[in-house]
Design a protein around this ligand. Structure first.
Ligand code: G4F
Length: 326
């Protein structure tokens, strides 16, 4: 039997790179959609893919253009499509609501529409987010918890979730959403708080910096390891029936706990280096996110393995290693 073909949007990011590795390991032919600038600056923009670059087929295309999505789907004829690309930084979505809504909602819609027209049997994964829960009524949150997004990013993800469910119900597509809680790794972008902290710790240890400016330290998040979360995406598309799943560890910690552990791992006291910066507070914060992944555990057989403290230590070690500190 011929190997399956997967198409990944957002393949250059943290999740895309782990997912591509996972699918290659399963014998898939893996295609990815990237921005044209990424192909022109591969050392920088394709850095997470450097080990596997020769085994991937990359297509330059824009999520903002239906014609370009149509062309890629037509050329690739995927069996499975993982739609991970998005403007995914919540803070930035307050600075530019228009481009966040435009890219995230239209990108999902264009892709679903192209798949429905050209490859209606293709299985589709949408990267939903715990940000959809926002100011949630209950803790922990599961698939039945009402959405109350607190940013245009969260709103765009609710729209993508609804589009995905609608294509499933209206056109019979095997379309699933993963409602993933925060997931991190040494490949995380520097704009997100976990990597900002671990990179900051390494710079302070290396004598390249003396302070780390942070916003709300009391926010609570459910942090897992991204390498494990992409396996849940794949499992969703292997089920006979399409459905939506929360993916989370079920444990939550404050940003302050993350900071304290990251600094203490290298023998530093965070109170000497962390400076609160009101500019970094969000106009509307999501205070508590904690997921209940019992459905994913029951149906997919998925459960997290990497615990919070190990995740923090792995990220700090990786950033220290990159600066030659260990
Ligand atoms: O790391 P963050 O920027 O992640 P956030 O907003 O929770 O969103 C991430 O996870 C979502 C899944 O739930 C994804 F959908 C989304 O795409 C993204 O990957 O911020 C985490 C918390 C926030 O409460 C924020 O206010 O950290 C707080 N924080 C405190 N100081 C900070 C900072 N966040 C950032 N980015 N930078 C700070 O200096």
């Amino acid at each position: 039997m011929a190997s399956k073909c997967a198409l990944i949007t957002g393949i250059t990011g943290q999740d895309g790179s782990y997912l591509a590795e996972w699918l290659l390991g399963k014998g898939y032919r893996v295609h990815g959609i990237v921005r044209r600038v990424a192909l022109e600056d591969p050392d920088h923009r394709l850095s997470r893919l450097k080990e596997i670059r020769g085994r991937l087929v990359l297509h330059a295309a824009s999520l903002e253009s239906y014609a370009s999505m149509h062309r890629v789907v037509h050329d690739v004829q995927p069996d499975e499509c993982y739609h991970l690309a998005a403007q995914s930084f919540v803070s930035y979505s307050f600075d530019d609501e228009f481009s966040t809504l435009n890219t995230n909602i239209n990108g999902t819609h264009f892709l679903l529409s192209a798949l429905k027209t050209l490859t209606p049997d293709c299985r589709f994964y949408f990267a939903g987010s715990s940000e959809m829960f926002g100011m949630a009524e209950t803790v922990p949150q599961n698939e039945g918890t009402r959405f109350h997004p607190r940013s245009s990013y969260g709103i765009s993800k609710v729209a993508g979730f609804d589009l995905t469910r609608n294509y499933r119900e209206a056109y019979g597509m095997h379309a699933c959403s993963g409602i993933l809680f925060n997931h991190e790794s040494p490949r995380r972008g520097f704009e997100f708080v976990t990597r900002k902290i671990t990179a900051g710790v390494a710079r302070i240890l290396a004598g390249k910096s003396t302070e780390l400016r942070l916003g709300n330290l009391e926010a609570l998040r459910d942090w897992g390891h991204a390498r494990e979360y992409v396996q849940a995406m794949w499992l969703m598309l292997q089920q006979a029936q399409p459905d939506d799943y929360v993916v989370a560890t079920g444990q939550c910690h404050s940003v302050r706990e993350f900071v304290e552990l990251a600094f203490s791992h290298v023998g530093l006291d965070y109170t000497k280096f962390v400076t609160p910066d009101p500019e970094l507070y969000r106009p509307a914060e999501v205070n508590v996110l904690q997921g209940d992944a019992s459905k994913a555990r029951r149906v997919l057989g998925w459960t997290h393995q990497v615990e919070f403290a190990d995740l923090v230590r792995e990220m700090v070690d990786a950033d220290c290693r990159a600066l030659g500190m260990i």
